[in-house]
Design a protein around this ligand. Structure first.
Ligand SMILES: Cc1ncc(COP(=O)(O)O)c(C=O)c1O
Length: 253
């Protein structure tokens, strides 16, 4: 059962079966990776997070301040709610060890151009940790192309039960040391999986991935657009709408 879940997730994400860690949810998995990465950091090293991100991809990194790690926060462009890539380019430097960034914002729907961000971060030798929780229900992910170092998503966002999925490049999952119980496996990816997995959740996850494959799509773009239209039409008191053409026509929308 676990093997078929790994095979289905590998198809879903475009990665290998042993490059994924199964867990409770995105937040818990991120809180298990951050201290492992923190062990490799020195006071004065820098981690970059963004204002476009969910707290689940900010707090686990801010927790490393206690090790003397400097946290920088990349701003957004207020006019269209896109990430300010100039600000990122100004903040990144040779002591930047990791950039934590969302694939898509759960608050405003912005889709980040990850290729550019990954290229920039890697040019400075920094790892990239991607939160794909909000993106994964809407469009396919291909990790072989993305080239990020880590990516997390949460199956309940694409109609499956509560299972968290962490992708990590094999080299990182192998090199880093997680918290684990002594008798647990030291092999990748099992050394990252504490306690008993959620078997019933994983069975549901396999069924959903097969269902999505049968449909041949994720959440339909037509439905997405219909929802967006009705949201804009609603324009109720207290609802801030962004009517600027650049907001609606930017490639990140
Ligand atoms: C963009 C984003 N990241 C992370 C999370 C946290 O996910 P989880 O509930 O799996 O910890 C959420 C939850 O809503 C989210 O929307």
């Amino acid at each position: 059962m676990i093997n078929s879940a790994r095979a289905a997730i590998a198809d879903f994400l475009g990665c290998d079966n042993d490059e994924m860690v199964l867990g409770a949810n995105m937040t818990t998995l991120t809180f298990s990776v951050s201290p492992a990465i923190g062990r490799e950091l020195q006071p004065g090293d820098q981690i970059i997070v963004t204002k476009l991100d969910h707290a689940a991809n900010i707090s686990p990194w801010c927790a490393l301040k206690e090790k003397g790690v400097n946290i920088q926060v990349v701003d957004i462009n207020i006019a269209d709610c896109t990430l300010n890539l100039n600000d990122l380019a100004e903040k990144i430097h040779s002591h930047t060890k990791l950039v934590a960034v969302t694939y898509a914002s759960n608050a405003v729907g912005t889709i980040n151009g990850l290729a550019k961000i990954v290229k920039l971060a890697h040019a400075f030798g920094a790892l990239v940790f991607v939160d794909a929780v909000h993106y994964s229900p809407h469009a396919p992910i291909n990790l072989h192309h993305l080239d990020c170092n880590f990516l997390v998503c949460s199956a309940y966002k694409f109609f499956a039960p509560h299972v968290g999925i962490l992708y990590g490049k094999r080299e990182h999952l192998t090199r880093l040391t997680p918290y684990k119980v002594k008798p647990g496996s030291n092999e990748v990816p099992f050394k990252w999986e504490t306690g008993t997995l959620n078997y019933e959740g994983l069975a549901g996850l396999v069924a959903i991935i097969n269902y999505l494959a049968k449909l041949g799509c994720h959440v339909s773009p037509t439905l997405d657009n219909e929802l967006l239209d009705s949201l804009i039409q609603a324009d109720k008191e207290g609802l801030t709408t962004f009517h600027s053409p650049s907001f609606l026509t930017a490639p990140e929308r």
